[in-house]
Design a protein around this ligand. Structure first.
Ligand code: SF4
Ligand code: SF4
Length: 132
C-alpha cells in the first residue's frame, strides 16, 4: 500500500530532520520501500510502499511523529468524459497502471502509481489529474 508523507524541515525538531523511516523500520520490523522523495531545506514529500497488513501501524506511528500521511489508492483520477481511450497513457506510464479491456477501453490498476506525472503531461485531452 502506498502512503504519501509530507513534513516540515524548518527546525531541528521537525520530523523532516529526523531519521523517521529508519527509526520505524527498526522499531516495527516493517520493510518500508521509498519510491519517490522530493526534499528541500524547509519541507519534504516522500512516497513509500508498505505491506497492506502494516499500513495502519505505519500510518499511526508516522502521524504520532508529526508527519502528514495520505493513503494513495487512486492516485490518478481519469475524467471519463474527456478520455478518448487513445492509449497514450499506456505508453508513458513506467508502472503499467493503464490497460485496455477487451473493448479497447482504458482502465487503471490501483496501488501501482508512483506519482511521476508523465501520464498527466502526456494525455492529449487533459483527462488525467492527481487526486487532491
Ligand atoms: S492518454 Fe488521456 S485520453 Fe488517452 S487513453 Fe489515456 S486518459 Fe484517455
Ligand atoms: S503518475 Fe506516473 S506512475 Fe502514476 S499513473 Fe501516471 S505515468 Fe503511471
Amino acid at each position: 500500500m502506498k502512503l504519501l508523507l509530507t513534513f516540515s524541515r524548518k527546525s531541528e525538531k521537525d520530523p523532516g530532520r529526523q531519521p523517521v523511516i529508519a527509526r520505524l523500520v527498526k522499531e516495527t520490523g516493517v520493510l518500508i520501500n521509498v519510491e519517490k522523495a522530493n526534499i528541500n531545506s524547509t519541507a519534504g514529500e516522500v512516497l513509500i510502499d508498505v505491506p497492506d497488513a502494516d499500513a495502519d501501524l505505519i500510518r499511526r506511528r508516522m502521524e504520532e511523529m508529526g508527519i502528514t500521511v495520505r493513503l494513495l489508492e487512486d492516485a490518478i483520477v481519469r475524467d471519463e468524459t474527456e478520455c478518448i481511450d487513445c492509449g497514450v497513457c499506456i505508453g508513458v506510464c513506467p508502472q503499467k497502471v493503464f490497460y485496455f479491456d477487451e473493448d479497447w477501453k482504458i482502465h487503471l490498476r490501483e496501488g501501482l502509481c508512483v506519482l511521476c506525472g508523465k501520464c498527466i503531461r502526456a494525455c492529449p485531452h487533459q483527462a488525467l489529474s492527481q487526486q487532491q
